[in-house]
Design a binder for this molecule. Structure first.
Ligand code: SF4
Length: 537
């Protein structure tokens, strides 16, 4: 285990420092000394295994660039920061030393109010210089990098100044900045009113069932077999929640921009159950004519039948997702998806032949045992089908997933190979007419990369843009559904999560619903009061 000991520094910086160190050494044990600590109380010569490279690789090597020394057992990095504050600027220097006397240094000069960013940047520089590892997203640690880009645009910054700032002050690679520029442009083309949608809301409906559980999954997804009783009880509770919320929205005359039925796999429900759900939504939602998009996740191909597609057509579902993740059968088995490649192909062809006009497919880069060859094979299948949109995820090790708990069982591609696959995706999508339109990042994502949604022009998912850019309230109904309530006047975000487990949801949904409505009332009434005295943004 690598240990990183950090000399006293104000705790405001701890979170970002930890996050940046973990990008370079995921399992590092990080210790912040405070002034009271007696330095040297830790035995740095403990025999511990190296942890320079966070992941096991299929070829048994590490992700360290060629020619770099390995990190010996019992390694400790000592890290210290020094600050020189002048009238308007702060100069931060980060120094890293190891027991063999190897040193690295990084520095940053920023305006006084940006001291936190200066600390992050100096640290990034020192770690890059020590390890040789380049972080594509620099010091950006959040899930939604595009939010920062939009904020700068809204402030009136010129695109070329944003470009320069993201590289020089946040440490992003130019190709990542170009990716952000393309995506922001696309989002504003697709949703020209993106900055002015706070008077409407979107809805998310969580259906917590799937045929089986995938090894990398942490969504609320419970295997369905033999659980009809719990499906009935869940559906009854969900329909009540939908009706109560529909009434609240109607009374308030708040239109719904987009509606997303996800989970889980909503098409795990029977055709009759799906019909009941979609008809209830159509009946109780206000201003149905203003709804811009209705999506149903049909993620698992083995749940799709002609009857269910018929139901979705009847209720004017605009967009569905049929997710192969990979077209390599052995991988599907290894990750616990009990369907065949052939089932994916026939489900897609069935949906197309029945007139579904907007179909998304998801692929995952870096699934266990997969490299460029398997990924290229998947893209050949995608080329044959040409779905309307393609969402390319990079595998992430989420702490609650089976894959993370049994991590030693799964070997994955190196950071370099992941980065090659990402570049290949960019070229491939461009050649085939797809444009990137939304992007998000996750913790413990391979190679510290990202997930990107690509679409043919006009086929972008509006819901995906809205949820990523946090520009309007999204009300979550059903199991594990999170509500993100954004004050239309102040822009402050309030979160509220429904229970993840169907049993807990069924027992307590009324309490949760009551609290959620109370929170909405409070935020929207406050906004009304505020809007009497303050102009709306
Ligand atoms: S299909 Fe999706 S929601 Fe269901 S178990 Fe797999 S990853 Fe999770």
């Amino acid at each position: 285990m690598l240990r990183v000991s950090i000399d006293p520094i104000h705790e405001t910086y701890h979170y970002d420092i930890q996050h940046i160190i973990k990008l370079f050494a995921e399992k590092a044990e990080i210790h912040f000394y405070d002034e009271a600590d007696s330095l040297g109380s830790y035995d740095s010569h403990e025999a511990l295994p190296p942890d320079h490279s966070a992941l096991s690789r299929r070829d048994g090597k590490t992700d360290r660039p060629e020619g770099r020394e390995s990190t010996p057992p019992g390694m400790e990095w000592k890290l210290s920061f020094s600050f020189r504050r002048e009238e308007k600027e702060v100069h931060v220097v980060a120094r890293l030393t190891d027991p063999m006397g190897k040193e690295a240094r990084g520095e940053a000069i920023r305006p006084l109010q940006d001291e936190k960013r200066a600390v992050g940047f100096a640290l990034l520089r020192a770690l890059t210089s020590y390890t040789g590892i380049v972080q594509p997203w620099g010091i950006l640690v959040g899930v939604r990098p595009l939010k920062l880009y939009h904020k700068m645009l809204e402030k009136g910054m010129k695109k070329k100044d944003i470009h320069e700032k993201l590289i020089s002050e946040y440490g992003l690679l130019p190709e990542k900045v170009r990716e952000m520029e393309r995506i922001a442009d696309r989002q504003l083309q697709v949703l020209p009113d993106l900055y002015h949608l706070s008077g409407e809301v979107s809805l998310y409906i969580g259906i917590p069932f799937c045929p089986t559980k995938c090894a990398y999954c942490t969504f609320p997804a419970y295997a369905l077999q033999g659980k009809q009783g719990s499906v009935d009880a869940f559906l009854a509770a969900l329909l009540e929640e939908i009706k109560v919320m529909g009434t609240w929205l109607t009374e308030r005359k708040i239109p719904v921009t987009t509606l997303y039925v996800g989970g889980g796999t909503p098409t795990s429900l029977s055709a009759d159950e799906l019909d009941l759900l979609l008809s209830t939504l159509a009946e109780v939602l206000p201003c149905r004519e203003k709804l811009k998009e209705l999506t149903v996740e049909a993620g698992r191909p083995d749940t799709i039948t002609p009857e269910k597609i018929e139901v979705m057509k009847r209720w004017r579902v605009d967009r569905i997702s049929i997710n192969p993740q990979t077209f390599t059968q052995a991988t599907l088995k290894a990750i616990g998806r009990h369907h065949t490649v052939e089932e994916t192909l026939s489900a897609y062809r069935l949906a197309r032949s029945m007139g579904m006009g907007n179909i998304n497919m998801d692929l995952i880069i870096g699934l266990p045992g997969e490299g460029m060859a398997e990924y290229q094979k998947s893209l050949l299948h995608i080329e044959e089908l040409m779905p309307d949109s393609l969402t390319v995820h990079t595998l992430s090790f989420k702490s609650a997933s089976t894959m993370t708990q049994k991590r030693e069982k799964y070997s994955v591609a190196s950071a370099e190979e992941v980065s090659r696959m990402i570049r290949y995706t960019e070229e491939w999508t461009e050649r085939h007419g797809y444009h990137p339109y939304y992007l998000y990042r996750q913790k413990n994502i391979l190679g510290n990369q990202e997930n990107v949604g690509y679409a043919l022009p006009g086929k972008e998912s509006l819901y995906n843009i809205l949820i990523m850019e946090e520009r309007q309230t999204i009300i979550g109904l059903g199991c594990g559904a999170s509500s993100k309530i954004i004050s239309p006047t102040s822009g402050r975000i309030f979160r509220f999560a429904n229970p993840k487990e169907p049993k807990v949801y069924v027992e307590h949904y009324r309490d949760y619903l009551e609290k959620k409505i109370a929170l909405l009332e409070e935020i929207y009434s406050q906004d009304e009061k505020e809007s009497l005295t303050f102009p709306k943004k």
